[in-house]
Design a protein around this ligand. Sequence first.
Ligand code: FDA
Length: 459
Amino acid sequence: MDSIERDVVIVGAGASGLTAATQLKKAGLSVAVLEARDRVGGRLWTNDIDGATLEIGGQWVSPDQDALIETLDELGLETYSRYREGINIYLGENGARRTFEGEIFPVAPATEKEIVGLIERLDALVAEIDPDRPWEHPQAKELDEISFRRWLETQTDDEEARLNIGMFIAGAMLTKPAHAFSALQALLMAASAGSFSNLVDADFILDKRVKGGLQQVPLLLAERLGDDVHLNAPVRTLRWDESGAGESGVTAIADGVEVRARFAILAVPPVLISRISYDPPLPRRQQQLHQHLSMGFVIKVHAVYETPFWREQGYSGTAFSPYELVHEAYDNSYHGDPRGTLVGFVSDEEADEVFRLSPEERKARILESLSHYYGVEALSPVVYYESDWGSEEWTRGAYAASFDMGGLARYGSDLRAPVGPIHFSCSDMAGKGYQHVDGAIRVGRETAAAIVAAVQPAR
Ligand code: FDA
């Protein structure tokens, strides 16, 4: 067992932990980053699958994500636009196939009116929410007591309008059924992206990709940190001193390495915080609150074809349906690859359902769903890959964690509150950029700044 001493030990080499470590080092503090996996990046993972470069985790950058964009610039990374020329496809109930341009789906005029009205009401509510403090909204408690699905039922009787608006937050973002999270949680999701309108605008929220893949961000940050990043080092135990100010504030005990430090940053998804043993135990508030967060669940499916055949037919590749197994799909062709790639998403209860099937049956069901949008050519990809974050021990779901009903108003304000020398940092704890890499970087910076401020008087 190697034993080292540093100012700060960071648990987790995702975008958040590596950003915090980088900032601390810039401020003159010594760091050690302990990462459980044999790679850095956590939920950012660009891989070569059967000769195709695929982004198994996060990939898109939107124009408001200034913390991420600054980091891309600092690291010298270039972006490219998602292919979006041509017409989009919408499948209504019973598979009725319609095409459209713009953001509003081609539904009956009465349903369109309801959708537009719901978007306006949600935008107005979201404008009242501070994404960093949603629990301070005057109706926070009431909004946290009602599920998003029930809230939508109080707004309109139009089922197709409810399903579509529900899909943007439920299947597409929190990746939980709309009955499983509150209206307040839904508003936080929208507020974190600036407005509900931004969330429904695929051209905004899924704007750019990074040449070389978004995992370049953690890979380059880790490269600069060099030997301060330790792989295959899952932290099992954290000993900490309640006074928090002493020289021996924490000891992080990982497989093969032990780090004594003044501060620790737990830069792991909140659902994994309680996998570590604490000596003494974390306070009751933290022991309770971490049980009220859970990961959503989505399968990100890549299908690579010899050519982007949909483009030749005038389609953008963008497709939606609240009635389909694959509820949304896009042209996800990789920069420089002449082949065409579609990416589709299967969320929450539908993901549960297809994971009960054999891999062959699951693939057949998913490709069949893609063929409902793009025709029979979609049935025969040359490369096919399903992400399976639910079985990743060091993530356990996708995309991120959210509170159960009532949890955000009750516990949200304590989620990032430090406990003695222990700080918390993760995209799942962000306000702006919540659940996104931008949020991971933002919180990483803020956590590092808090520690720098705490040590400065003593330096
Ligand atoms: P993250 O989970 O990445 O890092 C935590 C690290 O801690 C991991 O490396 C883990 O191994 C490690 N760890 C856990 N327990 C440990 C222990 N006990 N000891 C040591 N290490 C431990 N975002 C976006 O901006 N655009 C997008 O397009 C998408 N799309 C998307 C698709 C899919 C399929 C996923 C799964 C996610 C996205 N996201 C996204 C979300 C984005 O990827 C995510 O929010 C951030 O990468 C999270 O970064 P963090 O550093 O906060 O956590």
